[in-house]
Design a protein. Structure first.
Ligand SMILES: [Zn+2]
Ligand SMILES: [Zn+2]
Ligand SMILES: [Zn+2]
Length: 256
């Protein structure tokens, strides 16, 4: 299994428009964060998790010429607004399987109404094959276990991926991880988890909370993502415990 951090930034992206803070003006490329997304490669199959408005740029940067499926954690703009940019893949390979929870589909059908209305024919619509997630399923040769996490008043889908040897979980956009979901996050080789900023936030984990979850779950390795501009790469990296690091755009982890 090979993991690529497609994007590691919070919803506004870093640098944030109009901001002159230390991180937004940093010359360290690891402080330049497109919106959060993940690619998992297994054999010759590629799975994408979340599709922000930066998806097109991320696919070009990583020179991706084919994807096999898309998983969506929740229907917030910074996780779905790149959906129309799957069309170049559709032109070559036809409809893309898209997996999301029932509540996420309810919102996706509103936001992307034009995809689902039969009177819109042709005209360059993204082509998808919708799948509703409610229990573990197999895709691209990986066993995927979905579990709910709390994101303010909403629910987000966290995912655990297994190739039978290595175990990875991706948990973005949440401020609380329910006890039952924590049980799905034990024994991990790699945890990729929300860490928005240092101060508490009503809908996201802040650094102290994220580190407390990591301390409890004890994954072999942890990467922090969905990072805002008050977390500066060089500064924050000096204070993180062993086995925990800030993710950055383009970071690749080979788990073989
Ligand atoms: Zn987000
Ligand atoms: Zn800033
Ligand atoms: Zn969100």
């Amino acid at each position: 299994m090979r993991i690529t951090l497609l994007g590691t930034g919070t919803s506004v992206g870093i640098p944030m428009i109009g901001c002159a803070c230390l991180t937004c003006t940093s010359s360290d490329p690891r402080d330049r964060r497109t919106r959060t997304g993940l690619m998992i490669e297994h054999g010759d199959r590629r799975l994408i998790v979340d599709i922000s408005a930066d998806f097109r740029h991320q696919m070009l940067r990583e020179r991706v010429n084919r994807i096999d499926a898309l998983l969506i954690t929740h229907c917030h703009a910074d996780h779905v607004f790149g959906l129309d940019d799957i069309r170049p893949f559709n032109f070559q390979y036809g409809p893309l399987p898209v997996h999301a929870s029932e509540s996420t589909w309810r919102q996706l059908r509103k936001v992307f109404y034009y995809i689902f209305e039969s009177r819109h024919i042709g005209g360059g619509l993204p082509q998808i094959t919708p799948h509703t997630i409610d229990e573990p399923f197999e895709i691209c040769g990986l066993w995927v276990t979905p579990f709910p996490v709390i994101h303010g008043k909403g629910e987000v889908t966290g995912f655990r991926f297994s190739d039978g040897v290595r175990e990875v979980a991706f948990v973005t956009d949440c401020n609380i991880i329910p006890e039952q979901s924590l049980q799905q996050m034990l024994g991990l080789d790699l945890l990729i988890i929300d860490a928005l900023r240092y101060k508490p936030h009503p809908t996201h984990l802040h650094m102290e909370q994220t580190l407390a979850y990591i301390d409890r779950l004890k994954p072999a390795q942890s990467l922090l993502t969905h990072i805002g501009h008050d977390i500066n790469f060089a500064d924050a990296s000096r204070h993180l415990p062993d086995g925990v690091a800030l993710a950055w755009d383009g970071l690749k982890i080979d788990l073989d």
